[in-house]
Design a protein around this ligand. Structure first.
Ligand code: T1G
Length: 676
């Protein structure tokens, strides 16, 4: 046999092997090879049972997502799965790595399943805006029941081999290093067993209470998404007394609806965009990286503590430095509290928390950073302070150490110029809370060397961050686009909109919160000049009255003790005062105008970022906004969203309100182009 599938005859057991790196995706050649392999086993009388297994790091990790949107080549995956299930000889799935999506569905078509303890099994299609389209929504309920099926399909998180054994989704657990032998032995054990267990012949018991509870428990998580409801409907169909064929037809129809929809296109876009962001154009992916065995963090505040936890949790020792003992104690105390909280919630084992704390060295002695391979400065945003720190680091850190600033907008080139080793300097902009938010903007200075950049991008994966390369400009990528949004939102207040109207429009769009809710959370006083007598803006007026946001129980909203917001009459007065002083007339503001002024301007800024090469690609900008600001993933990020809205419409909206449109956006709109 040619192509990615080969077969091996072990006496009376035929082993069908896939070798399709990197993840044995079920592309056309694999499906064709599987079909041929099964036919070979059925045609050979010496074969009493078959095993399907994969070489490389994982069992089939799903359909080949790169094939979506292109004409499907026969045989389709449902056909292959049906063929396996209807075989009149037993077929055993030998599972390692991650049997996901179509890979899981191949196992469900098999009559028996054996997995190594470290294997994971699941149907994450919902994370791509889809559902298991090769019978998974009909077979899982029949094998494991409605409850398990809801969790696996509508939430999309995989389960361990142990849990899958408990749920009946696998029949045996193999030795971690003896899967092939154990699978062949298992196949021989059951070779004569009849009737062959076929999921399609089982019955799923309806469980309306479980469905209702599941919908209620996940209402917030599913808000705005189409796919979860479709998965739930398919699982209900499997248990409503319909025949397997009726269920499959229903699943197919629901799958095609999702596949043709913009949400799945958006979520598939982000799946690849996130992986593309890790690649640095123009740098050899095999470039030698600098070993990072020990990390130093300067500053034990909220950011320094959160940054330290990323490395400690990845098993990388951290030396954290502060200027004063009480600040150091507060910082390390917060780190310990965070780990203890995670352990008490069962997110990590107590011994993991202990190990992390054991790898933390806290000191007031700057010289302790001398043997660190990477030092991250996380002190407050003052250029003079940062220059002084980097000058000191230059003097004490060993040659080859990487020096990074966590600055969120200051000029990384100026910081690098404070050292004699600008090639070793770059920005690592973490998002608060740094131990939770997945986004890391890696800011490439003019002189940052390639291996330093590549080292930090690879390190980001180690600490489970989604990293995006940004150029040196005010606000890099994310905050640079946030700026026009916040400016336009404030202007709209002067023209007659209210904070709650603008926030409502953004939340309805799918953002986790609107501009003013975000200001109250982050702090209205951030960046304020602190002079209560100098009142030049609505924000100055709020800050001057101590309306600093949630932390003072009042900001753009008033808050009760549970931090529930209510519109503030005082804020309305302040806005009215400013409007009067500026001789502005209040007018009706439409929701559409709010979108045009706050989101179209963000897209325009994104286009300028691309023009100035401050981002490598439009999809990187999408990744920044999904992972740094909660942009709804089913809209694919600002640039993908603009493409789906139509760039001509974006340009028209900007011009209608007198905004200068970026050349790149204009030219793309004129040529019916897209950013992605
Ligand atoms: N199709 C095509 N390419 C894939 C792929 C897939 N399913 N999964 C991964 N890749 C590529 C990925 O783009 C990257 O490429 C490389 O493999 C390594 O991936 C009918 C319709 C398996 C847990 O959703 O979750 O089946 O960047 O960097 O961190 O019902 O990949 O190297 O060029 O992520 O070790 C359902 C998606 C599909 C699983 C491995 N399956 N994949 O993680 O490596 S829809 C999924 C993952 C479906 C059926 C339906 C992860 C992983 P490059 P990686 P990793």
């Amino acid at each position: 046999m040619t192509g990615p599938i080969t077969t091996e005859l072990h006496d009376d057991v035929l082993v069908i092997i896939s070798n399709n790196p990197p993840v044995n995706a079920l592309g056309a050649a694999v499906r064709q090879g599987l079909e041929a392999g099964i036919k070979e086993g059925l045609a050979n009388d010496a074969v009493k049972a078959m095993v399907i297994r994969c070489d490389g790091r994982t069992f089939f990790a799903g359909a080949d997502i790169t094939e979506f949107g292109r004409p499907m080549q026969e045989p389709g995956l449902p056909t292959v799965v049906d063929m396996i299930e209807m075989a009149d000889k037993p077929v055993v799935a030998a599972i390692h790595g991650t049997a996901l999506g179509g890979g899981c569905e191949v196992t469900l078509g098999c009559h028996y399943r054996i997995a190594v303890p470290s294997a994971k099994i699941g149907t994450p299609e919902v994370k791509l805006g889809l559902l298991p389209g090769a019978g998974g929504t009909q077979r899982i309920p029949r094998i494991a029941g409605v409850k398990v099926a809801l969790e696996l399909t509508a939430k999309g998180d995989p389960m361990s081999a142990k849990m899958a054994l408990g749920a009946g989704l696998i029949d045996r657990v193999a030795g971690e290093d003896s899967l092939v032998a154990d699978a062949i032995a298992f196949a021989r054990d059951i070779a004569a067993a009849r009737p062959l267990p076929r999921a399609r012949e089982k019955t799923a018991k309806a469980d309306p209470e479980a469905v209702a509870a599941f919908k209620k428990d996940n209402a917030k998580r599913f808000r705005g998404f189409d796919a979860p409801a479709a998965n739930i409907a398919c699982v209900e169909k499997a248990a409503d007394g319909s025949s397997f064929e009726e269920g499959i037809a229903f699943e197919r129809a629901e799958f095609m609806k999702l596949m043709m929809g913009v949400q799945s296109a958006a979520q598939r876009h982000i799946f690849f965009a996130e992986r593309q962001a890790a690649k640095i154009d123009g740098i050899d992916p095999k470039i030698a990286l600098r070993p990072i065995k020990k990390v130093g963090v300067i500053g034990a505040g909220t950011m320094g503590g959160g940054i330290s936890m990323n490395f400690l949790s990845a098993g990388i020792p951290v030396t954290i430095v502060e200027m004063a003992q009480d600040a150091l104690d507060r910082g390390t105390g917060t780190i310990r509290k965070n780990y203890e909280a995670s352990a008490s919630k069962g997110r990590i084992k107590p011994e993991q928390a202990e190990a992390a704390m054991g790898a933390l060295t806290a000191t007031l002695d700057f010289a302790a950073l001398a043997d660190c391979d990477l030092v991250i400065e996380a002190v407050y945003e003052n250029m003079d302070v940062k220059k002084e720190i980097f000058g000191k680091l230059d003097a004490i850190c060993k040659p080859g150490a990487i020096l990074a600033s966590n600055t969120s907008y200051l000029d990384v080139n100026a910081i690098a110029a404070a050292t004699n080793r600008p090639g070793d300097v770059l920005g690592m902009h973490f998002f608060s809370p740094a131990n939770v938010m997945k986004l890391l903007e890696v800011v490439r200075g003019e002189k940052t060397s390639d291996d330093v950049l590549a080292t930090v991008m690879a390190l980001a994966k180690t600490i489970k961050k989604v990293a995006v390369v940004a150029g040196v400009c005010d606000g890099f990528i994310g905050n640079r686009m946030l700026k026009p949004r916040q400016i336009e939102a404030m202007k709209l207040l002067m023209e007659g909109a209210t904070p709650e109207q603008i926030d409502r429009v953004h939340v309805a769009f799918g953002m986790p919160m609107g501009p003013f809710q975000m200001s109250d959370l982050a702090g209205v006083d951030i960046g304020w000049h602190r002079d209560p007598t100098r009142i030049e803006s609505i924000r100055d007026a709020l800050a001057a009255e101590g309306r600093w946001g949630q932390k003072t129980q009042k900001g753009f909203y008033d808050y009760d003790e549970k931090r529930n917001p209510t519109p503030s009459p005082r804020v309305a007065e302040i806005i009215e005062d400013f409007r009067a002083k500026s001789n502005m007339q209040k007018r009706e503001i439409s929701d559409e105008e709010i979108i045009e002024k706050t989101l179209y301007t963000m897209v325009n800024e994104g286009a300028l970022i691309l023009e100035e090469k401050m981002a490598q690609r439009a999809s990187d900008i999408d990744v920044v906004w999904i992972y740094g600001y909660g942009w709804p993933i089913y809209r694919g990020g600002p640039m993908f969203w603009a493409d789906s809205e139509g760039l001509k419409k974006i340009v028209a909206g900007l011009e209608k309100h007198g905004f200068a449109v970026s050349e790149l956006l204009k030219s793309k709109a004129e040529s019916n182009g897209r950013f992605n």
